[in-house]
Ligand binder design. Structure first.
Ligand code: UT7
Length: 319
């Protein structure tokens, strides 16, 4: 039997405040028609005072642990993917650890922006298969609203806040993570970035993006990394039950599915309700589809994402 990291529970959390496209049109020169036609987005949740990356992450973890029927004390690894940590340091993963009442475990953050959850999942999978951990919480959590320029209509309408988490367990058998693939190409740093940081401006900075350039890279890179991860697991497109993609733009999801010859009904789409929640988007969408009964135990699921860096990655797992 093969030792694998198996997803045994999922959870998610959203800030209470939901903002519509019409709400945004009161603030910047935009419209519901433009946002829906270009992105598919209708709503996003925006964190208010007291809601932070670590509080949303903690909420998502508590739900994931409950779904998995696992006690917090059994967790020996926490990896939190985020580009919007509560503070530059300590790692927000350690704040989640403390909030969950875990006295000692490995806890750190991963920064790969929208691909962060795929990076974190791949690291946790490697650590579990290497015997360095047995029960892991892997989280994507973001409060992107805090790094948006609310005067810039080309970015502020695209993003939202939220968190998603999975519990991974070391298990012998056929279920679990079958393959992962990760990539980065830092030549594209200037296409999607934050214009500040501790070591440059000493400030938090705001998101800047050359949208159309990112769009064309996204569809190409995502189709190719999904093909790569399927090849690694000796699977083909027809084997896939569900794809849970990064939720940046409905048009990217459609284009990627078309490139792979994948029916649109197999693609989980939440971008209309949550907008782009960066590292949180894949685990949030996964949790939604598990809880509404679409994704079931035994299904073959492909997760994929691409974001600033560029970074991109995919994972194929049997649930
Ligand atoms: O999560 C990381 C990955 N991120 C992505 O994958 C995002 C990828 N990019 C995209 O999703 C799309 O490029 C956007 C949604 C960002 C933009 O859509 P687009 O179809 O590429 O539009 P565009 O940037 O080419 O802009 C078209 C027009 C421009 O006006 P002109 O120059 O044609 O007069 C923009 O100024 O739309 C204008 N525009 C807007 N109009 C109303 C840009 N933003 C807005 C807005 N409301 N919010």
């Amino acid at each position: 039997m093969t030792l694998r990291a198996r997803i045994v529970g999922t959870g998610s959390a959203l800030p209470k405040t939901r903002v519509s496209n019409e709400d945004l049109a009161q603030r910047v020169d935009t419209s519901d028609e433009w946002i829906v036609a270009r992105t598919g987005i209708r709503f996003r949740h925006i964190a208010q005072d007291g809601e932070t990356t670590s509080t949303l992450a903690t909420d998502a973890c508590q739900k994931a642990l409950k779904a998995a029927n696992v006690e917090a004390g059994e967790v020996d690894l926490i990896i939190l993917a985020t580009a919007t940590p509560d503070q530059t340091f300590p790692a927000s993963a350690t704040k989640v650890q403390a909030a969950l009442g875990i006295d000692d475990c490995i806890a750190f953050d991963v920064a790969a922006v929208c691909s962060g959850f795929l990076y974190a999942l791949s690291v946790a999978d490697s650590m579990i298969r290497a015997g360095a951990a047995r029960t892991a919480l892997v989280i994507g959590s973001e409060t992107f609203s805090r790094i948006l320029d609310w005067e810039d209509r080309t970015t502020c309408v695209l993003f939202g806040d939220g968190a998603g988490a999975v519990v991974l367990r070391a298990e012998e058998g056929e279920s679990g993570i079958l393959a992962t693939a990760l990539h980065a190409d830092g030549r594209h740093n200037g296409l999607l970035y934050v214009d500040g940081g501790p070591s440059t401006t000493g400030t938090g900075g705001k998101v800047r993006m050359k949208g159309p350039e990112v769009f064309s890279h996204a569809a190409t890179n995502l189709a190719s990394v999904m093909k790569e991860v399927l090849d690694k697991a000796s699977l083909v497109t027809d084997d896939i039950d569900w794809v849970v993609p990064h939720q940046a733009n409905a048009r990217i999801l459609d284009a990627t599915a078309r490139k792979l010859g994948l029916p649109a009904e197999k693609v989980i789409m939440t971008v209309d309700q949550h907008a782009n929640t960066s590292a949180a988007s894949v685990p949030l969408a996964l949790d939604l589809a598990v809880r509404d009964g679409r994704i079931k135990s035994g299904d073959l699921v492909v997760l994929e994402a691409m974001g600033g860096g560029f970074t991109w990655g995919a994972c194929v797992a049997r649930l």
